[in-house]
Design a protein around this ligand. Sequence first.
Ligand SMILES: NC(=O)c1ccc[n+]([C@@H]2O[C@H](COP(=O)([O-])OP(=O)(O)OC[C@H]3O[C@@H](n4cnc5c(N)ncnc54)[C@H](OP(=O)(O)O)[C@@H]3O)[C@@H](O)[C@H]2O)c1
Length: 352
Amino acid sequence: MSPCYLKASQDSKLHEVCFIWHCLKRETNHAVAMKVAVFGASGMVGSAFCQAAVHRGFVTDGFSHRHPIKVKGMASVSQVDLRDLNVLERPLLDGWPQVIVNAAAISEPDRVKEDAAISRVINIDLPHRLAEISNHVGARFLHLSTDLVFDGSAPPYRSTDRPNPLSLYGKQKLEAEEAILNCCPENVVVLRITIVNGNSPSGRRSVHEKLLRAIAKGRRPTLFSDEFRQPCSCANVADALVELCQRPNLNGLFHWGGVERLSRFELGRSILQRFALPEKFVESGSRRAFPGEDERPADLAFNLDPLEGKLNTRPSTLAEQLEEMSIPDDLYDWFKEHTADTSCFLRKFSIN
Ligand SMILES: NC(=O)c1ccc[n+]([C@@H]2O[C@H](COP(=O)([O-])OP(=O)(O)OC[C@H]3O[C@@H](n4cnc5c(N)ncnc54)[C@H](OP(=O)(O)O)[C@@H]3O)[C@@H](O)[C@H]2O)c1
């Protein structure tokens, strides 16, 4: 018989029973509510992860840099400039999270080339330091990497295949992977993901947002019909990460992506069809005709074994990814003017 039940038999001590019950309940809640620190929480994948983590009931502390974190229900949000790695220790040692998720990065290859030194700090030194701190506080560490660690000449790629990055961005991401896995091979996941579809907090980051913005400005983008990717969605990656937070037996380097491999042109055309926009808005071209081809892997189809067989989360299909896509608010009037069917996208209003 539990001490709590014994006390329940004495009426005069009923208030004490209630007190103990509340304490036990709080302790139980505390035990199931995982505490997670998220870096890059204002980014496309980071914010999707925060949303999924809050939804799952995790106590979620988010860190961003220039942009505020827009997810509701976060335990805390902070803006920090991680070019100074000294700012990392205090919040992590004070907060003592069970899981640290790193979605912070300079994630656009052109930006990496423009500022290689700062990119090096954010893309290599930061994850390395986070891995060390995770090890120190006994936290699980989940880090995101990219399909661009491969050269695209021998798809589909397994996580055991030999990387050969063509771009500086790919080289930095590979160096980070090695630093993390050398530093702490246990309680760590390095998750290589493919190009990410979905809605970014800025409305300017994802494939469909960039494409529609370019068209709205009067351009006719050329999309390569001979460059292949296997897109995933940020919401689906977030679900996989949430599951990985709770699967401490899954450690190491894994691949995650969507179901279908398709060319950039096929993806662009599917996006236009999804929003009932004219296909003539884009044109098909060959990567060979464009400068910088030597830094663009031709085919980054991914083999998702063994993770696909181990997670309950399923990789998302292109149809599911297209369904998730929204028209950014500031493009809505342009969309209404050009679409053949306004009902193919219903604008969502948030009620605060
Ligand atoms: N998006 C893709 O298609 C794709 C594909 C494969 C792999 N990945 C990988 O997935 C991860 C997430 O990518 P993403 O597309 O979500 O990136 P993103 O949207 O560009 O977001 C990057 C995040 O990093 C933060 N950050 C950058 N510099 C910082 C600094 N100095 N201090 C603190 N935070 C800083 C940004 O904060 P602020 O915005 O607040 O400045 C933002 O929250 C990255 O590791 C990327 O390599 C992405």
